[in-house]
Design a protein around this ligand. Sequence first.
Ligand code: AMP
Length: 413
Amino acid sequence: MIKALRGMNDLMGYEAELFAKIVRVCESVARNYGFELIETPKLEQTALFRRSVGESSDIVGKEMYEFSDKSGDSVCLRPEGTAGVVRSFIENKFDKAGGVRKFYYTGSMFRYERPQRGRLREFHQFGVECFGEGSVYEDASVILLLAEILRKLGVKTTLKLNSLGDSSCMPEYKNKLIKFLNEREDRLCEDCKRRIITNPIRVLDCKNEACQSELATAPLITDNLSGECKSEFEKLQEILLANGLNFEIDKRLVRGLDYYCKTAFEFVSSELGAQSAVGGGGRYDRLVEFLGGKSTFGVGFAIGIERLIEILKLKEAPSSRSGIYIGAMDEAIVSCAFAIGQKLRAITKTHIAYEPKNLQKHLKSADSKMAKFCLCIGEDEFKNASVWCKNLEDKSQDMVKFNEIEDFFKDRV
Ligand code: AMP
C-alpha cells in the first residue's frame, strides 16, 4: 500500500473545517489592516533561501527539501514564506517604486524536521509582510493584527517581546557576546560551539540545559541598545499597552539572522506541548537589500495553522447539526426531491438522496450526515405538493408547501 510521506498529513473532516475557519479569520483581519493577498510559488531557486534564511540556520543547514530539476537547476520547496514574498517584491520593482506595500499569504511550507506533536514536514502558515514603513506604529500594528486573529479565534496566548537593536548597537553587542562565549567555549554543546562563529546570537536560545545555565550571565542585547533603539522599544510597549495588549519582555527571544533588527515577537500557548510557539515575527529592514533590492523597511509575522487547529480542537466540540437532507419514498418522486433540493442549495448545505427509501431509512441517513432537517416526499405529500419536514434538533415536524419551502427555511438554517 502506498502511504503518505512521514510528517505530511491529509486534511479532512472537522480539522478541514477548522482550517477553513482559521484562514477566513486571518484573511478578514489582515484585509482590515490594509493587507492584500499575494500567492508565490511553492518551489523557488535554492539560492533564495540560502541567502535569505541563511546558511547557518537549521532550516538551510538541515531541513530543506532541495533537489535538481530536469534541467539540473537546484530548486527547493519553500521552508517559509517571507523569502518568496521579498523575491516577488523586488522582481516586480516595488522597491524602486517606493511607498508602502502590504501583503498576506496562506500556504504550505516544507521542512525536513523530525516529526513529532506540533512539528510536521509539510505544514501551513498564514503570514503578513509590510514593506516601506519604518514607523514603530507599524510594528505595533502587525502585532495587534495577530493578537486580533487569536482573539477572534478564542485562542489564549502570551505575547513575548524583545528588541534586537540595529546596526548602531548590534555589532558592538555581538563582539561582547562572542568574547563571553569564547571564554566558555569548552563547556558549550557542539551546536553552540559552531554558532559562535556562524551565528552567535542563536546561542542564546539553545535548549540544551548545560548551555542554558552556562549562559545565565551572558550579556543581552536588550541591555545594550542604542538610545534610539531603546526609545523605539519603549514606544512600542507604550502603544501596545494603550491598545489593550499585554506582553512579557523576553530578553532571550532572538532571531539569528543578520537582517533582522529591532522588534522581535512571539505568541506562545500553554495548550501546546514542547512546540509552544503559535507564531512570531519582527522587523527585517535589511532583507530587501540583502536579496539584491533597494533598501526598504520590512516587518511581518507567520503563524502555524496546524498549531492553531490543535488548540481549537481541544476547545471546540465538532460542529453540531447543520443543513438539510432531502429524499423521496418512491422512484417516480426522486426527480421532484432533486429539484427541491437544488433550490435549497441556494440557501444552505443540502444533501439529496438519489435512491428512494422508506421514512425510517431516510431519517437514519439524515442523522448520520448530521443534518439539522430531514425532508421527505412520499406519495401523499407529492399529491398535496408538500414536503414532510423534521427538525432533528428539537424534533418538531411540519408540512411545507413546495412553493413555500425557500421562505420556510430562510430563517431556520
Ligand atoms: P517560523 O517560520 O519558524 O518562525 O515558524 C512560524 C510558525 O510556524 C511557528 O510559530 C509554528 O506555529 C509554525 N511552524 C514552524 N515549523 C513548523 C513545523 N515543522 N510544523 C508545524 N508548524 C510549524
